[in-house]
Design a protein around this ligand. Structure first.
Ligand SMILES: NC(=O)c1ccc[n+]([C@@H]2O[C@H](COP(=O)([O-])OP(=O)(O)OC[C@H]3O[C@@H](n4cnc5c(N)ncnc54)[C@H](OP(=O)(O)O)[C@@H]3O)[C@@H](O)[C@H]2O)c1
Length: 255
């Protein structure tokens, strides 16, 4: 397919690379920064623009990968008739594209994507949607060229999965960040925790999270909890998270 990508952030960049590798032709890239546009345009051998009025009208599919706010505002700046247009947002209805084209949908990657990622990308699950069955079929066939996990999910369920993904990825990563800072401060090596981090995630392949909890809160080991809380006295942010999670785990144990 001939593809125009609108945006030059994490999703636009990762998708652009995947789509090119799958044999499609990126014909144009839009970024509000001409320097960024030029950089990716050079990587993909395509034209580039910082002007939405200069979008190439000859593509088969237009992929908008902008921030959610910019996506909500773009409908006043671009009109594509009956050209197929999709966005990549988890929390925005596909109807936001209905004033831009009569054929619109969603191509949402259920994965945390970063443009500076190196090495082989694991398969990215793609949640798709479209404003009618023929649009869904085209988007599905396109998505299957670069992912083996493609599923049709409507606006409401996509929002639920997006929220769930924020919790398991963004929140967990924030805990890693706080823990890393704690380790640095205490002079211990955060990388020693890599096996337990991986094991925690791997166990979910064969069991429910509710069955997997271990640790002092579940064991009601008050003296250990007290020592931990004392050890966190110079780490107020992590201490408040520790107290909140410990209280939750104790309450769950008592239910
Ligand atoms: N990253 C992920 O892990 C991920 C996963 C699934 C879905 N998504 C969704 O994909 C979409 C894009 O996310 P992202 O992570 O790629 O975001 P991002 O890295 O922050 O990139 C956002 C892009 O939007 C551009 N932009 C921001 N405001 C703009 C405006 N007013 N006018 C024109 N362009 C504007 C940015 O331009 P500048 O570079 O000039 O700022 C950048 O190119 C979001 O809807 C997000 O929810 C993201």
């Amino acid at each position: 397919m001939r593809v125009v990508i609108i945006g030059a952030g994490n999703v636009a960049t990762v998708f652009g690379r995947l789509i090119s590798a799958a044999g499609h032709t990126i014909i144009q890239l839009f970024s509000r920064s001409i320097e960024t546009a030029q950089l990716l345009g050079k990587e993909w051998g395509c034209t580039f623009t910082d002007n939405l009025k200069s979008i190439d009208p000859t593509a088969d599919i237009y992929i908008i990968a902008l921030t959610d706010k910019a996506l909500q505002n773009i409908q006043d700046s671009i009109f594509l008739g009956d050209k197929l247009i999709v966005h990549t947002a988890g929390a925005v209805s596909m109807k936001v594209l209905s004033n831009i084209s009569s054929q619109y949908g969603v191509l949402y990657p259920l994965q945390s994507l970063r443009k500076d990622q190196v090495g082989e990308q694991p398969t990215i699950p793609i949640l798709i949607d479209g404003n009618d069955e023929s649009v869904v079929s085209i988007i599905e066939a396109f998505a299957l060229t670069f992912s083996s996990i493609v599923s049709k999910v409507g606006d409401e369920k996509r929002l639920s999965l997006h929220l769930a993904a924020v919790i398991v990825n963004n929140f967990t990563n924030h805990l890693y960040q706080l823990t890393d800072e704690f380790c640095k401060n205490e002079g211990v090596d955060f990388t020693m925790l890599q096996p337990i981090i991986e094991e925690t995630a791997m166990r979910l392949r064969s069991n429910f999270a509710a069955n997997l909890q271990t640790g002092p809160a579940i064991r009601n080991d008050q003296s250990t909890l007290d020592k931990h809380i004392q050890a966190l006295s110079n780490h107020p942010e992590l201490k408040s998270v520790y107290l909140s999670f410990t209280e939750r785990l104790i309450n769950r144990r008592l239910v």
